[in-house]
Design a protein around this ligand. Structure first.
Ligand code: ACO
Length: 328
C-alpha cells in the first residue's frame, strides 16, 4: 500500500454549453442518435482563443484551496493531457507558471491518452512512496474541441472540454492510500485513436492541412470493443493486488467515453450499477479530465466519505489502460 490522502479535489468546466440539438442544426445527426449510442446529452466547449491551461490552473487552485495548501506546498506537478499548449514543452510549464510555482518543483506531462490521469495518480503515488516527492498535484486538462473536425459527425459529437485536479499528501500510519494499481499498454491498438500529422512521422504541411490530418481520427468500433475488456482486466488485476474483492469497492469511477461502454464493463464485472459514477450525459467525454471531474463532483455531493474504497479505471490512445484502487 502507498500511504497517502487525497487532500483536495477541484474542477473547471467552461461556461459555453452545446446540446445535441445545437449540433443537429449544423450536422447530419440527431439528439436521438447521440443519446442512444453514447449517453451524451450536452457538453461544455472552451471558447476559441482561451488557453486550455487556464482551465487546469483553475481546477488546481480549487483543489489546493480545499486541501488548505498553497502553490508553495506543491512538491511535484503532473499534467495529463492530449492537448499540449505547445508540442515542446507541453503543458506542465504553463500550469506551473499559472500557479506561480517559483520554488521550481519538478513538473512534466503524462501522455497516456485518456488514461493519463490514472497513470498520473499512480506515478505520483510511486514518487511519493519512494521519498522523491512530498505533496503532489495531478491535473487532467482536455480541450479536444480544438482537435476534432466539427464536420465529422463520427467524432465531434463525443467530446467535451474541462479540467480536474487532485492534491495528494503523505498520510503515514493510517489506512488511507493507494491499495492496488494495474497499468498496461497494447501497441497493437496504436491506430485506433490518433492525430496523424504534426509529429515527425508526418510533419505539418499544406497537404496535411488540406487532408485534415491534424484532426483526431478514431476507429469507433475498435475502441468500443477494446475498452471494455481493457478496463475489466485492469480492475480485476488491481483488486487482486489490493487484496480485496470487487464487492469491497464502494465507488467505481470509469473513464467517461461512452455510456454503453460503462454499462458493458459493469455487467462483465458484475458490479452494482448504483455504485458507478457517471456524468457523461452532462459533460460528454472529457478525456484525461473525466475522472478528476467526476471525483470532484462526487466529493462535493458528499457521496465519497472517509474509508470508502474507490476504483478509478480508464483506457485511451496508445492503447494505454489502467486502474488505481484507493481508500479515501
Ligand atoms: N449522428 C448520426 N449518424 C452517425 C453519427 C452521428 N453523430 N456518427 C456516425 N453515424 C453513422 C455512421 O455514419 C454510420 O452510417 P453508415 O452506416 O451509413 O455509414 C452509422 O452511424 C454507424 O456508424 P458506426 O461508427 O458503425 O456506429 P457505432 O454503432 O459503432 O457507434 C460510436 C459509433 C458511438 C462512436 C461507437 O463506435 C463508440 O462509442 N465507440 C467508442 C468510441 C469512444 O469511446 N471513443 C472514445 C474516445 S477516446 C477515449 O476516450 C479513450
Amino acid at each position: 500500500m502507498i500511504a497517502l490522502r487525497v487532500a483536495g479535489t477541484g474542477r473547471f468546466l467552461p461556461e459555453r454549453e452545446i446540446t445535441n440539438e445545437d449540433l443537429s442544426r449544423t450536422l447530419d445527426t440527431s439528439d436521438e442518435w447521440i443519446r442512444s449510442r453514447t449517453g451524451i446529452r450536452r457538453r461544455r466547449i472552451l471558447d476559441p482563443g482561451d488557453p486550455p491551461a487556464d482551465m487546469g490552473v483553475a481546477a488546481a487552485r480549487a483543489a489546493l484551496k480545499r486541501a488548505g495548501l498553497t502553490p508553495r506546498d506543491v512538491d511535484l506537478l503532473l499534467v495529463a493531457t492530449n492537448v499540449p499548449e505547445e508540442i515542446i514543452p507541453g503543458s506542465a510549464p504553463f500550469i506551473a507558471e499559472g500557479l506561480g510555482l517559483s520554488h521550481e518543483p519538478p513538473f512534466f506531462d503524462v501522455k497516456a491518452g485518456c488514461a493519463g490521469f490514472v497513470f498520473g495518480v499512480a506515478i505520483a503515488g510511486a514518487l511519493m512512496e519512494s521519498g522523491l516527492a512530498g505533496n503532489a498535484l495531478v491535473v487532467g486538462i482536455e480541450a479536444l474541441s480544438r482537435f476534432v473536425d466539427w464536420e465529422d459527425r463520427k467524432t465531434c459529437v463525443l467530446f467535451g472540454d474541462g479540467a480536474g485536479a487532485v492534491v495528494l499528501v503523505r498520510d503515514s500510519g493510517g489506512e488511507r492510500g493507494i491499495l492496488g494499481v494495474s497499468l498496461h499498454g497494447d501497441a497493437t491498438k496504436r491506430e485506433l485513436l490518433r492525430i496523424a500529422a504534426g509529429g515527425v512521422r508526418l510533419p505539418a504541411s499544406p497537404q496535411t492541412v488540406a487532408e485534415k490530418k491534424h484532426f483526431l481520427e478514431m476507429k469507433g468500433r475498435g475502441v468500443y470493443q477494446s475498452a471494455v475488456t481493457m478496463m475489466e482486466r485492469a480492475t480485476v488485476e488491481a483488486a487482486q493486488r489490493a487484496g480485496i474483492s470487487l464487492s469491497d469497492i464502494d465507488w467505481l469511477l470509469p473513464h467517461q467515453a461512452n455510456l454503453r461502454i460503462i454499462e458493458a464493463l459493469v455487467k462483465r464485472l458484475g458490479f452494482p450499477r448504483e455504485r458507478v459514477l457517471v456524468n457523461i450525459d452532462r459533460v460528454a467525454n472529457t478525456s484525461t479530465a473525466s475522472i478528476p471531474i467526476l471525483l470532484d463532483e462526487a466529493v462535493r455531493d458528499g457521496m465519497i466519505r472517509e474509508g470508502h474504497i474507490l476504483a478509478l479505471t480508464a483506457f485511451g490512445a496508445g492503447a494505454c489502460y489502467g486502474t488505481v484502487i484507493l481508500r479515501w
